[in-house]
Ligand binder design. Structure first.
Ligand code: NAD
Ligand code: MG
Length: 385
């Protein structure tokens, strides 16, 4: 079998490096065609040495010059269009989008437009432009496969019935580092919020997990990926992160997917879907599991969740505004500019303040993204005065 060529976008991050681990394990099946990172020159250099891709991308132009000097045989790209070129590369079979944030949107669109299989960890692109991405995938006949563990679980559980037989999607949420704890959200430090109990992830998603904004984005992601209306999507807190999500069918059956929490599993499933391959992940030892517990995730206790459902209800550019506002708020919190408790309230204020456009084009989405970012930057400055 000819090895499938993969573009690994965001190769130096948590999901990117785990994708390379999976490719390393199945080097007879997969070959790295390209790697892409924002600024981690040393790690991307190490990856180029090991995987010998044809192309590489680093956002910063000066760093790209250094990379070219180090690897004269490799085609090195940089700047705004480089990621799209990697995603559309004729040689590429699969694009893994492991970029964090709204920067993942254009590469996702380019991959789908070019008819590539898109394995996406980048939920932000689906939150911002789910309708456009899914309809484009329909037109080009390509598949968008989620890497997010909850959505991977849903995809797997869905194989048990037809779309019309689904009565509910139940997304599980760990609840983050503070669930059930008595914490002062006003004095909380970034280090405390970055410390996730079950997963080791990049800084943005770690903070989003602590505020539950991650689950909010995942509700929107699930809505678009699986074409399920918001009223049929629920969230339940499950602190052990063993059950990754559940599909409920009209006969009352609930099909769940379970495993130890390890992102290499959903990464590999996305690459091999609908097949399965051996992996390095040990199956659960059920006798050693002490307990699986579940708690309600109501929208009053977790206002971020409420914002996701509100954004879906409003529609149009509302989810893109939510996404952009959150990105700025998380950065501001990590840089000590706002308190933890202000992340969600500022996002909410931003959503309430910016005019929503309906029947949207990509331009409208990018516009809303920019407007929300500007609004947030101003809002945060004002608060500091
Ligand atoms: P991370 O911060 O560890 O890595 C982000 C990667 O994106 C890095 O390689 C960085 O260089 C790259 N990047 C950022 N901006 C870029 C740009 N403009 N051009 C090129 N590369 C750029 O983040 P992560 O935790 O790996 O998360 C990545 C995505 O996967 C996010 O959307 C996140 O929500 C999703 N996700 C992550 C996990 C996890 O366990 N880490 C689980 C589920 C979903
Ligand atoms: Mg997830």
């Amino acid at each position: 079998m000819k090895a499938k060529k993969i573009a690994v976008l965001g190769s130096t991050g948590s999901i990117g490096t785990q994708t390379l681990d999976v490719i390393r394990m199945h080097s007879d099946r997969f070959k790295v065609q390209s790697v892409a990172a924002r600024s981690n020159l040393e790690l991307i250099s190490k990856q180029i040495k090991e995987f010998v891709p044809e192309k590489a991308f680093i956002y910063d132009k000066d760093l790209a010059c250094v990379l070219r000097a180090r690897f004269p045989d490799i085609f090195v790209l940089s700047g705004e269009d480089g990621l799209c070129m990697l995603a559309q590369d004729r040689e590429v079979d699969i694009v893994v989008n492991a970029i964090v944030g709204a920067s993942g949107l254009i590469p996702s669109l380019c991959a789908v437009r070019a008819g590539k299989r898109l394995c996406t960890a980048n939920k932000e692109s689906l939150v911002m432009a789910g309708e456009i991405l899914m309809s484009l995938a329909g037109q080009t006949g390509t598949k968008i496969i989620p890497i997010d563990s909850e959505h991977s679980a849903l995809l797997q559980a869905m194989l048990s019935g037809s779309h019309s037989e689904i009565s509910r999607l139940i997304l599980t949420a760990s609840g983050g580092p503070f669930f059930g704890k008595d914490v002062d959200y006003d004095t909380l430090k970034p280090e405390q919020a970055l410390n996730h109990p079950n997963w080791s992830m990049g800084p943005k998603i770690s903070i989003d997990s602590a505020t539950m904004m991650n689950k909010a984005l995942e509700v929107i992601e699930a809505h678009w990926l699986f074409d399920i209306p918001p009223e049929k999507i629920d969230v339940v807190i499950h602190p052990q992160s063993i059950i990754h999500s559940i599909v409920e069918f009209v006969d009352g059956s609930q099909i769940a997917q379970m495993s130890i929490p390890d992102m290499k599993l959903p990464v590999q499933y996305a690459l091999t879907y609908p097949e399965r391959l051996e992996s390095t992940i040990n199956a659960l030892n059920l006798e050693e599991l002490e307990e699986l517990t579940f708690y309600p995730a109501d929208r009053e206790t977790f206002p971020a969740l409420g914002l996701a459902f509100k954004a879906l209800e409003i529609g149009g550019t509302a989810p893109a505004i939510l996404n952009a506002a959150d990105e700025i708020a998380v950065n501001a919190f990590l840089n000590g500019k706002i308190r933890f408790s202000e992340i969600t309230s500022l996002v909410q204020e931003c959503m309430n303040s910016i005019k929503i456009t309906h029947r949207i084009s990509l331009e409208d989405i990018l516009d809303a993204d920019r407007t929300a970012r500007d609004w947030m930057v101003e809002g945060i400055k004002e608060q500091a005065r």
